[in-house]
Design a protein around this ligand. Sequence first.
Ligand code: C2E
Ligand code: MG
Ligand code: MG
Ligand code: MG
Length: 283
Amino acid sequence: KTEGRSRFAFFTPEMDLDVRSREEIYRELRVALADRDRQLELHYQPIYALEDGRMVGVEALLRWHHPDVGLVSPAEFVRSAEETGLIQVLGEWVLHRAVEDARAWPDLRIAVNVSPIQLRSREFVETVRRLVDEGHIVPDRLEVELTETALLGASGEVARSLSELRRLGVACALDDFGTGYSSLSHIRDFAVDRIKIDRSFVQALNTVPGAALVEAIVSLARANGLQLTAEGVERVDQYEFLKKVGCHEVQGYLLSRPLPAEKLVALLARRHGAGLDLPSRPV
Ligand code: C2E
Ligand code: MG
Ligand code: MG
Ligand code: MG
């Protein structure tokens, strides 16, 4: 009953958990996990290749339909989930759900955001291994996204998990690249396959240093044999600049917002694998 319109609501400052204590969020998140079929959902944001405009993958993004607050962005509760240990259960649910949903789009890569806490425990890699062994997913379709900030305090276990995942055939992307304590050593020290250029850099593309920075990131990544995805592409000029400088892939509201699984399936059916129709003018 509360579905329909509300599931497509934008995140606005009113809809947040700010007034709640960590304990309250913890309690409510536990309820959400027990009631996961109703309160939790994954949305999928399409990712497109700049070369030919084809959809090549999706990023799974967690949604919490909070009974009082409405739709809540993970930006607001993942920290709490990490601090209280709930991220383990939550993260496993995300992985299972994503792998299950992904059966409906067998040709697309699927990227899942993972907390370093998940990577620090043996269970995560074991879960992935089991899903792969049981044939629930072809490993090279799966990619885990990890933020740079997460790698900052990363232990040897995180590095080990990442190399084990790579041995399984699962790729790793460095999310929000350029924010936090960017360090080139992350690229060297961890088994990273892809860099995701943070939205803030894409937004700054119309400034001189902004454009130069993105060009520098692109050539750095390419020189190291890494794949590049730019996040938060909202305008045609950004899309075109990224294409011109040799970025590989893009995602952002210009192309598609994150969609519930059934909407993604409908979109795929409509496009029927056809290329992307970009609006002729910046939106
Ligand atoms: P992220 O991984 O960097 O995901 C991209 C965020 O940018 C998403 O926010 C997405 O909805 C938003 N976005 C995409 N295109 C555009 C655009 O063109 N313009 C603007 N303004 N925003 C755009 P979302 O879904 O609120 O997620 C926020 C963050 O929460 C994610 O950032 C990720 O770090 C984390 N997160 C999401 N799902 C999970 C999850 O399952 N597990 C964990 N541990 N973290 C998650
Ligand atoms: Mg991400
Ligand atoms: Mg990101
Ligand atoms: Mg981000």
